[in-house]
Design a protein around this ligand. Structure first.
Ligand SMILES: Nc1nc2c(ncn2[C@@H]2O[C@H](COP(=O)(O)OP(=O)(O)OP(=O)(O)O)[C@@H](O)[C@H]2O)c(=O)[nH]1
Ligand SMILES: [Mg+2]
Length: 476
């Protein structure tokens, strides 16, 4: 198979990302009313409207896997880059790969390969080159100069997707912070690029002074964004305080694994689900009933991906703080994806990065409806080897497909709120009220001066009542 191939048609299957622009035909609020407009010829206007359509960028993807990497994995990585590209907007018009030992300091790929890239870009009329690996600022600049086309790396592409998808002010601030941190060391490159595009007219050249002013402005903005995010983090911590005594569960996992679908399926509420990467950026929490009147608080959050830019992980800390505070993490896995094992490791690495390697985890093997019976059996056997980490098998599209997960959660709530027997004297009305308020009374018998209860109570309430001498049996 040749490693460089222009594609005849773009692999694009969907439209510009949500929020990427205004729907056509909407009137600008600043338009004067119809009767005040000068007379215009409608036929001219319609020609103009057609010309206004934004030309789609045409991207060539470049993968440079390590020499030892399995071919199947190398193909999957490039395939994933194509999905990321599609999510961001451009059409993929060609791909190029080179197996490398270590990156070439000048171009990342070898010089001969860079020459091949230049030809491919010319043949396929590409307007953009996207590398699967992170390029140093110098490598990016050298390649842009050599090929004469804009060059992006995977990190920049992911940042771009996050930027178009961020909705809340918190997510926007987090993405902007990560973008500025990425941009700062690359400022010279951006400047050269800009002056070439505009031909330098009306601009001072990319002189040191201007560059330094810009760096200072960026540093200033970075500091302000950090302050803003710190404030949000504190607000969140206060909100979380009100949730004690309820089992808090966080969904984590690779992007597109089905986290939001699980939340939607369990809570029965509308949660945004899409067959796109990074559909969710902001955390959503829902109270979910798991049977017998028991509730858990379930939080859905941003998905992970291979080589998630570290600036992004750092600036999404406040969002991911929800996962840190959880009593249980549900690691959702797309078991129908050929690369699920690698995706699982990536998620585990990011969790470790966030200091969450010790949190209790349940593996949720999702999308089992897409597996054959034999594949599912194989997976069940495999999951036995993850010692100490329980696993459930789910489908969000089949009726009852989430029952195993619901049962597991109910079991966890039971453990957290043990079933106990309590004997009170009829004068302990205050204690009785506390039990009704904080727990769930399952049985009650009033025998003259004594009240016998069977109740489910949070461990914290039980501890408090025991220390006050209340007679409690079981649940210790
Ligand atoms: N066949 C099948 N498809 C599923 C299942 N669960 C989710 N999907 C599909 O998988 C795609 C991604 O689902 P989401 O719930 O948005 O995934 P997510 O993990 O929240 O993804 P991000 O928010 O992008 O990280 C959607 O097209 C869902 O319809 C399942 O059990 N079976
Ligand atoms: Mg989601």
């Amino acid at each position: 198979m040749p490693s460089a191939r222009p594609l005849r048609n773009g692999s694009r299957s969907s439209h510009l990302p949500v929020g990427g622009g205004q729907p056509g035909g909407r009137r600008d609020r600043r338009d004067p009313p119809e009767d005040q407009k000068p007379e215009v010829r409608r036929d001219l206007i319609s020609t103009k409207l057609i010309e206004l359509e934004v030309p789609r960028e045409r991207a060539v993807l470049v993968g440079a896997p390590q020499k030892g990497l399995l071919q199947q994995l190398a193909d999957e990585h490039l395939e994933e880059l194509a999905r990321l590209t599609d999510t961001a907007g451009p059409d993929v018009v060609g791909t190029l790969t080179q197996r490398i030992d270590k990156p070439n300091p000048k171009f990342f790929i070898g010089e001969g390969k860079a020459e091949e890239l230049k030809q491919l870009v010319a043949e396929s009329e590409a307007t953009l080159i996207i590398f699967d690996d992170e390029l140093s600022p110098a490598q990016g600049r050298n390649l842009e100069e050599f090929v004469g086309t804009r060059v992006m790396d995977r990190a920049e592409l992911i940042l771009d997707i996050f930027a178009t998808r961020a909705r809340s002010s918190e997510a926007r601030a987090q993405v902007e912070l990560a973008q500025l941190q990425y941009l700062r060391p690359r400022l010279t490159r951006m400047w050269t690029h800009l002056s070439r595009v505009r031909g330098g007219v009306g601009m001072r050249g990319p002189g040191e002074t201007q560059l330094e002013t810009d760096r200072r402005m960026i540093d200033h903005r970075i500091a302000r964004l950090k302050d803003e995010l710190e404030r949000v983090a504190q607000q969140r911590a206060t909100q979380r305080k009100g949730r004690e005594g309820v089992l808090r569960v966080s969904l984590v996992g690779y992007t597109n694994a089905g986290k939001s679908s699980v939340l939607r399926g369990l809570s029965g509420s509308e949660v945004f689900v899409e067959d796109r990467l990074f559909a969710t950026l902001d955390p959503t929490t829902r109270a979910v009933e798991v049977g017998e009147g028991a509730e858990v608080l379930l939080t859905d959050t941003v998905g992970f991906i291979r080589k998630l830019p570290h600036h992004l992980v750092a600036s999404f800390r406040a969002t991911l703080e929800e996962a840190r505070e959880a009593d249980l993490l549900l690691h959702v896995i797309d078991s129908s994806h050929p690369g699920w094992e690698e995706q699982k490791s990536v998620v585990e690495e990011v969790l470790a990065d966030l200091g969450l390697q010790e949190s209790p985890v349940v593996l949720v093997f999702n999308k089992v409806d897409r597996l054959t019976h034999a594949e599912e059996e194989g997976l069940r056997a495999r999951s036995q080897t993850y010692e100490g980490t329980p696993a459930v098998f789910t489908s969000t599209v089949e009726p009852s497909g989430l029952d195993p997960l619901r049962e597991l959660l109910l079991q966890r709530v039971r453990e957290m709120r043990p079933d106990v027997r309590i004997t009170l004297s009829s004068s302990q009305g205050g204690v009785l009220a506390e039990i009704y308020r904080e727990g769930e009374v399952l049985e009650r018998q009033d025998n003259g001066s004594e009240i016998n209860l069977r109740a489910r109570l949070p461990a914290s309430t039980l501890g408090r009542l025991r220390s006050r001498g209340v007679r409690i049996y079981g649940g210790a």
